[in-house]
Write a protein that binds this ligand. Structure first.
Ligand code: CU
Length: 544
């Protein structure tokens, strides 16, 4: 057995290749085939939708970027843990300085994971403006085998640019309405009204990958009279769970299901993609909107007509990861309350524990690498970054609470966390945490957790990936409003394993951004220049 295994490893390494993508990031004027005015969005090589990126586990992704925008850009490979390549994680002023307009930059990322991911812009809200595409990493030894695959990547498409809509979002004016021009849905890059058929052959097994690239709404996927067997969530294989509908939130989540075709071809069926959000205003044909496509067995067969479209939510606490991975015992807990607040002029912002995020003047990776013992002090990263310094190898528990009437899909970079518990808080005391520690089974692991309004979730991860990592809401709007924070993971070990390439530093120099010192660009305990008072929250629903 050992010999066979050794041969297999050798064969896998021999096949590893460099997957090279050459992206000229450009403005594209389009409405993506929707019944909307055209707007200036962001594409690649002058085109939309963006190319889908595919690779095998063990390959190296080489993303050659040329920035043809008039502003900086950066690219995040969502869900990829970037072990040893923290500087390629793509969050500006965290891992890098952004790619200057007119310049070139290469991300070179060894792929040690398989599954369904996506790649998106992380500067400003370039993700919302169209800079996003699915990223699939295959594993030749995937224990779940299918005869064929289908992919559904779904995103919302607004008739306004983020630059246009953001002032409406934060405005103190009660008449400012971000939903005056509601979004359409894009399925695989084109209008949801043009959904393509899926061809099924009797008896065969299909893997359907569902990738949510939404900025705001949720969506559901179902096939009439067919069971969906969930086998992957956020790139992690799960023990199979059979459902009739899968619900996805923005960024959370990516899901693979296996579907076994009917034994005969005497009927055709429909699949349904429904865009909705119970926290969004009711706009007929927008929230919710249903897009139907055909599951085609035979040109001659009649269409099965279902009474209703299944809808619903699976409590993932009941699901397990496929590989045994018992619940961590936490070394310390971090309580993070996501709330809304107001700044001096009445604009609304979002916060963790009343701290609204603002970029430091020096990217946190450089502060961690250049400030000696000060790197262990969270204040080094600035008063508005909500930084937590973690010790190497410790088990970190996050108690995430959405105390307001807004849900939040919270995404942690650099890790998959274990989902330990979730539920409603006690309305009167705000208390939760009445559960028994989970030790007997392997909790689900994922990189984004959707915390609905008024609910909480507890997740745990091991701080064994030295680097600086964002955690933020993946509603692009909330992130723009400051629902963002940093983990400074094992700064002492970072200095051993993280060697920032000169090309990363050159991008900073080209833009006049310092690459050493604390968040304010100083080498002493002096934060006078660090961004601070402009985003002081004045009021908060919890204190009312
Ligand atoms: Cu949010």
């Amino acid at each position: 057995m050992r010999i066979t295994h050794g041969l297999f490893i050798a064969a896998t390494i021999a096949q590893a290749k460099r997957v090279v993508e050459n992206w000229d990031i450009t403005y594209v004027t389009t409405n993506r085939g929707l019944n909307q005015p055209v707007k200036r969005s962001i594409g690649v090589n002058g085109q939309f939708p963006l190319p889908i990126v595919k690779a095998n586990i063990g390959d190296t992704l080489v993303l050659n970027i040329h920035n043809s925008l008039d502003t900086a850009t950066s690219i995040h490979t969502h869900g990829i843990t970037q072990r040893g390549t923290n500087y390629y994680d793509g969050a500006p002023f965290v891992n890098e300085c952004g790619i200057a307009p007119g310049s070139n930059f290469t991300y070179e990322i060894p792929l040690m994971q398989s599954g369904s991911y996506w790649i998106h812009g992380h500067t400003s809200m370039q993700n919302y403006d169209g800079l996003r595409t699915p990223f699939i990493i295959y594993d030749p030894n995937d224990p779940y085998v299918a005869d064929k695959e289908y992919l559904f990547a779904v995103e919302d498409w607004w008739p306004n640019t983020f630059e246009e809509i953001f002032p409406l979002l934060i405005s103190p004016d009660p008449n400012a309405n971000v939903f005056a021009n509601p979004p359409g849905a894009l399925i695989n890059g084109f209008s949801g009204n043009l959904t393509k058929p899926m061809a099924f052959e009797p008896g065969k097994t299909y893997r359907i990958r569902l990738v949510s690239m939404m900025s705001l709404p949720l969506w559901e996927f179902a096939i009439d009279d067919h069971e969906l067997k969930i086998i992957e969530i956020d790139g992690i294989l799960t023990k199979p769970k059979t459902v009739d509908v899968v619900r996805l939130a923005p960024a959370q989540r990516r899901v693979s299901v296996l579907v076994t075709a009917k034994p005969s071809a005497n009927m055709n069926y429909q699949y349904h993609i429904t865009m909705f959000g119970d926290f969004l205003p009711a706009i007929p044909d927008v929230f919710p909107s249903v897009f139907n496509g055909t599951v085609s067995y035979s040109d001659k067969a009649p269409l099965y007509v279902a009474d209703s479209i299944p809808s619903g939510f699976i409590n993932e606490i009941s699901m397990e990861s496929l590989n045994y991975n018992p619940a961590f015992v936490p070394d310390h807990s971090i309580y993070l309350n996501a709330t809304s607040g107001f700044i001096q002029d009445g604009s609304t912002f979002e916060s963790f524990n009343l701290v609204t995020y603002e970029d430091p003047l020096v990217p946190a990776i450089f502060s961690a690498l250049t400030t000696g013992d000060m790197a262990l002090n969270p204040i080094t990263y600035g008063p508005q970054t909500n930084s937590y310094v973690l010790k190497y190898g410790e088990i970190v528990e996050m108690l995430l609470w959405s105390a307001t009437n807004l849900p939040h899909p919270l995404h942690l970079h650099g890790h998959n966390f274990q989902l330990i518990e979730r539920g409603f808080t006690n309305d009167t005391t705000g208390e939760f945490r009445n559960i028994v520690p989970l030790t007997k089974f392997s909790p689900l692991m994922r990189d984004t957790i959707f915390v609905p309004q008024g609910e909480y979730a507890v997740v745990r991860f091991k701080a064994d990936n030295p680097g600086v990592w964002n955690m933020h809401c993946h509603f692009d709007w909330h992130m723009g409003q400051g629902l963002n924070m940093l983990f400074i993971e094992a700064p002492e070990q970072m200095r051993q394993v993280i060697k920032v390439p000169q090309a990363v530093i050159d991008q900073c120099l080209a833009q006049g951004i310092p690459t050493s010192g604390n968040a304010a660009g100083n080498n002493a305990y002096n934060y006078d220049a660090a961004p601070n008072l402009s985003y002081l929250l004045l009021d908060n629903p919890l204190s009312a």
